[in-house]
Ligand binder design. Structure first.
Ligand SMILES: *[C@@H]1O[C@H](CO)[C@@H](O)[C@H](O)[C@H]1NC(C)=O
Ligand SMILES: *[C@@H]1O[C@H](CO)[C@@H](O)[C@H](O)[C@H]1NC(C)=O
Ligand SMILES: *[C@@H]1O[C@H](CO)[C@@H](O)[C@H](O)[C@H]1NC(C)=O
Length: 274
């Protein structure tokens, strides 16, 4: 979730060969719908990087969304928009290409820290750098939830997730509707209602909650659900996951946020290993 907090992320990095095309021209950016090998040939047509969703014959599955100008952004009809620039380029005389990036901390596949919805936690420094990498990495379940409801206490009960399960990625109607592939933000996404979040915290051992749109909380219960999850500072929320085409079941989940001091959110890279 992104409350349009003013925190913006500025990073400088050496552009990868495929990335400068995005910076040089928005229209040249590869379509987010291209999931196979995308043709990003350079001018001479001989170099074509491979873009993958899975690695090692499917053993490693990337469940992070590629950052693109067309991906959805919180409460925007326009999508993320330009987030990469190339202030130093070899084309205009620099020794190397160096891109600059600017984007809301809660963009794409991202993590929420307790400071996101509790101001005293924010002031005390409960930022993404304090999140427990043990919670973010380990065995967990990918489960499908009923497609006709938001995630209520009743739905949580019906899923019968065994005690001892500490990490669960919830796949919802959002994946079927391909909401993360649509530019327009859609408030009708599926997420946790307050009673569902409360039930999970009180009745399960789940500490990592993942979901397939920009917020774990249904739009109608946006703040109340986040409060239930983050009050105890034990539950970590990962949002905007790419769960398309993945078999439900047990995986080794691996998620790594950036170490952004003072930030209540961060883009995150998440993979599943079979
Ligand atoms: C270099 O060129 C890029 C476009 O390729 C432009 O955005 C940038 O401002 C230029 N930088 C300088 C220092 O001229
Ligand atoms: C970036 O560097 C490559 C060489 O590595 C060069 O061919 C390309 O033109 C540069 N891109 C821009 C936009 O200047
Ligand atoms: C989930 O809640 C949203 C409002 O937050 C609503 O628009 C949507 O229709 C609900 N989805 C389902 C499947 O009930």
């Amino acid at each position: 979730m992104n409350l349009r907090l003013p925190f913006l992320l500025f990073l400088f990095f050496q552009a990868l060969p495929g990335l400068h095309l995005a910076a040089a021209s928005n229209t040249a950016y590869p379509s987010v719908l291209d999931t196979g090998a995308t043709d990003c040939s350079l001018s001479d047509g001989s170099l074509t990087p491979i873009r993958r969703e899975v690695y090692d014959n499917g053993r490693i599955i990337d469940i992070s969304h590629r950052l693109t100008t067309d991906m959805p952004a919180w409460e925007s009809d326009q999508g993320l928009g330009q987030f990469l620039w190339l202030p130093k380029s070899m084309k205009n005389g620099s020794l190397a290409n160096n891109s600059e990036m600017k984007l809301p901390a809660h963009t794409g596949t991202h993590v929420d820290a307790p400071g996101h919805v509790f101001d005293h936690y924010f002031d005390a420094g409960f930022d993404v750098d304090t999140l427990d990498l043990e919670v973010l990495n380990g065995p967990g379940l990918l489960v499908d939830v009923p497609r006709d409801k938001n995630i209520t206490a009743e739905v949580m009960k019906s899923l019968n997730i065994p005690k001892g399960v500490r990490r669960v990625l919830f796949r919802t109607l959002n994946t079927d509707r391909r909401l993360m592939w649509k530019r327009e933000f859609d408030t009708s996404y599926v997420g946790f209602m307050k009673d569902g979040a409360k039930w999970l915290v009180e009745n399960t051992d789940i500490k990592l909650v993942g979901i397939d749109y920009l917020s774990v909380a249904a739009f109608d219960d946006l703040i109340p659900s986040h409060l239930e999850f983050l009050r105890g500072r034990e539950t970590i929320l990962v949002e905007g996951l790419k769960l398309d085409g993945v078999q439900p079941g047990l995986y080794s989940i691996h998620c790594l946020p950036l170490r952004l001091l003072g930030a209540e959110g961060s883009p995150i890279r998440c993979i599943l290993i079979k």
